[in-house]
Design a protein. Structure first.
Lengths: 497, 497
């Protein structure tokens, strides 16, 4: 058998096993009876071990080495497969099993302590474990290897090829522009924006589910190849080429479900439109967290908070939730969902301030990892930066340095992918608007298939064929650039209706 | 490491992998979007291969051989583990991989042909494939090995240790008594029993779900360690020690959901009450199909069609489905759900005629397998026997020899477990009534925990610790016997209300 065919066989088996792991996790979040948690953890651990043994098998390493050295006649898809499998193999073999086990034990220990510390607003409770996590993350970076900055090794885990030297100028641009923009937008918003949810009758789960289903169908989510369920936190997962599921949560008094549906819908559209030829291979997924986030943010924010989109779909919302929206004018709704209001909490941030939250985390992660300051200084530095960039006073560590789960999770290097997503979304949308100068009409008429088809043609269908940087270069003709995002925000008419 | 500890490790891994397979199948029946079928089949096949390689691994064979020859200090649970694992190992190693693959291909081919043949009422369409299935089933029996009758090898797959020489006298008893009893009951039922569902307003899914949940809770099903969902055919499955799920189906005009809830509930009570010490071992399941069926039938029929049970729970049914049951007297309801009406279809049969359907299949399977007649004769023989035992004229092969999926599935040897279940249920119930002579009061008062606790104490908690025959001997003090079932039917007052 040819080496590449051997690789295909192994890749297919691993892809299937990873889909099964995804099902175990989906079921855990969505269906699992309370009593089943411990058993499920055992099942996930058994299957993860099997996957780990397979991805680190010396036989796989040899195939990859041979294919890297003296390539047979290989297609672009074959070369991409080798690239993706080699990344997985390297990531898994560079970290000794003992290190992985220890890190995973540390994280299991840290998570409940972080929950407790946040509840009690006591950073000191969490500090000793955070120090260990930082020290092990630094070791992890050393084990994985890097050329310039240890943080590069961690960034690459989430966003292939991303480096500090690429991020620094992007974030500098954002820092210079966003704080200023924020002040300008706030001054434009002179009269207070009415809270349209105040006094609104509670929304039933059933009505919210119906609207979410409808709007997912409208953007082109295929329920024949997916489903929508309820979970504590909305997410999208892939259980196979034709099984891309989304979840949402439905509260009686929050409009969050609308934007979660569009956000998860964007992730799912990406995955549902990967070319069939990549089914059951590791190319059958979005290429990176950043590119994935660009699609969720594009559908959630750029499209889903535009006036034109709601010109078309606000009547649907009014029809399905009449008691809540019948008497709210479209203009009030659009202004409300675009309200700029810098605050303490990242996940509640508006489009202008969101990336300042990420910037702060990037600066702190980078600094603490290179040893520029100690973990104990994080809360004070956090609070300083929030005052400087967002002009808000942090009232407690619970709403400050303890707010995100990521550090307790050991996920240093993850945050910047959110900003990559926002920047890439604007850059890709700019390109789309050149292709469809009447994009406003396209939105008003609900011809969303036009947008989806263009995205499929240029991005979705490729799956992980190109690296994130190659893909962006191919779509936009230039590397990632913060200008398009800043321009988008500056010119967004919905802020100043 | 001690051999027995090695075995425990392997058993635990296999148990977890089998639970994962169960999840893949549960999700397929209950959740999977239409488009996901093919991908799911691939995932099941990949994981099944891994399980097959593990259960047939020579290293496992050696451990089992060593443990069988010179036993270390072993507990009863260890010995049972060896017994159950050896059965699995033998079943899987005795059949060559090529044979298994060919049989599985044949069955995949046969299933759609059977569906088509049944639709067109053309036994001839299915015959060539059925002949191959019978010939391969005979080969399978030879490969598995047997002492007396080739059918014994197939029976043992579903009911450990069951043989033709044990079944023959049981079925002879049933044949002699049931046809006679059937005639007697029919003559007692002189005035026609009114169809209480005729003209009944359609039952909503929501109301049926609520009643099913309530009645499951009443019999002691623990929703904290399970859930109820909807599927095309009701089933129970185990995804782990604390995750035993049931399904049901809900039609607007059928009372089937009530008895499916009790039937699947019976299966689930068995599994939910296995002792915690067997969690994540192969002992953590009902010991055989027959014993499992005894529990579903006990809750569905012996308890669930008794007057006393409905004295307690009919008000609940009337409360939750008032438009349907408000004006139906309890007596009419109990008479209706116990109506004796011999017919063509096994799954619709009443308690008296049910085992005659099984008897016919047993006689035909046994005969065709030993070569007493050809597959082509099955429809004629089928029709003859239906006339003789049930006094019904078979109007078509679709309602005759083509009615069940089992032969197309290659499951020769499965049918008798249904009868084992019915007989064992009556025998076990007889024993319970000796323990609780006031059992009628127990039912009227809804003290179902009394019954469930006794069953747990005597049956459920043991899981697969004892063989089916050992277990029955232990509970009842004698082997399986058809007398208790025949007496139960003869004396059942609900038939002659």
């Amino acid at each position: 058998m040819k080496k590449i065919d051997e690789l295909h066989l192994k890749a297919r088996e691993l892809t299937d096993l990873n889909s099964i792991l995804a099902l175990l996790q989906w079921d855990q979040e969505v269906m699992l009876p309370h009593g089943g948690s411990e058993g499920r953890a055992g099942q996930i651990s058994v299957l993860s071990s099997i996957v780990h043994r397979k991805i680190t098998a010396p036989a796989l390493g040899e195939i990859l080495a041979e294919l890297s050295e003296k390539p047979e006649e290989l297609s672009a898809a074959d070369l991409a497969l080798i690239r993706v499998m080699k990344r997985e193999y390297d990531k898994n073999t560079k970290l000794p099993e003992k290190f992985v086990a220890e890190f995973s034990r540390l994280v299991s220990q840290a998570l409940p302590v972080w929950v407790e510390a946040r509840k009690k607003n006591g950073f000191g409770l969490f500090l000793p474990l955070l120090e260990k996590i930082i020290s092990m993350s630094r070791q992890k970076a050393d084990l994985l290897g890097y050329e310039e900055h240890p943080y590069d090794a961690l960034l690459d885990l989430y966003e292939e090829g991303l480096t500090v030297s690429e991020l620094d100028p992007l974030f500098t641009d954002l820092k210079d522009n966003l704080s200023q923009l924020l002040r300008r937008k706030l001054s434009q918003q002179q009269k207070p924006i009415p809270d349209i949810t105040a006094g609104m009758p509670p929304m039933s789960v059933r009505d919210q589910v119906r609207f979410s289903e409808k709007i997912l169908q409208e953007i082109g989510y295929d329920f024949n190849r997916g489903r929508q369920d309820i979970s504590a936190h909305p997410f999208t997962t892939s259980l196979g080429h034709n099984d891309r599921r989304v979840t949402n949560r439905f509260r009686p008094d929050s409009l969050e479900f609308i934007f979660s549906a569009l956000h998860e819908g964007g992730h799912a559209l990406y995955e549902q439109n990967i070319a069939g030829e990549y089914a059951e291979t590791p190319l059958d997924e979005g290429v990176s967290l950043g590119i994935h986030e660009s699609q969720s943010r594009l559908w959630e924010n750029i499209i889903g908070r535009s006036y034109q989109f709601w010109e078309k779909y606000y009547p649907l919302l009014q029809e399905l939730l009449p008691d809540q929206f019948r008497d709210v004018p479209l203009d009030d709704f659009v202004v409300y969902i675009n309200k700029v209001h810098p605050g303490l909490i990242r996940v509640e941030a508006d489009e202008v301030s969101y990336n300042l939250h990420v910037l702060i985390r990037f600066e702190l992660e980078k600094g603490v990892l290179e040893g520029a300051f100690a973990a104990a200084s994080l809360p004070a530095l956090w609070n300083e930066k929030y005052k400087e960039y967002l002009d808000v006073d942090v009232d407690s560590d619970a709403n400050g340095a303890l707010q995100d789960i990521h550090w307790a999770h050991g996920s240093f290097g993850y945050f910047p992918t959110y900003t990559i997503g926002n920047l890439a979304a604007a850059q890709i949308w700019h390109k789309y608007c050149l292709f469809d100068p009447d994009y406003r009409q396209t939105l008003v008429q609900g011809k969303l298939d036009r947008i989806r088809n263009w995205l499929t043609e240029n991005i979705y269908r490729y799956g992980a064929l190109y690296t994130p940087a190659e893909l962006l270069e191919k779509v936009c003709g230039e590397p990632l650039n913060s200008m398009f995002f800043i321009e988008y925000l500056k010119n967004k008419p919905e802020f100043s209706l």
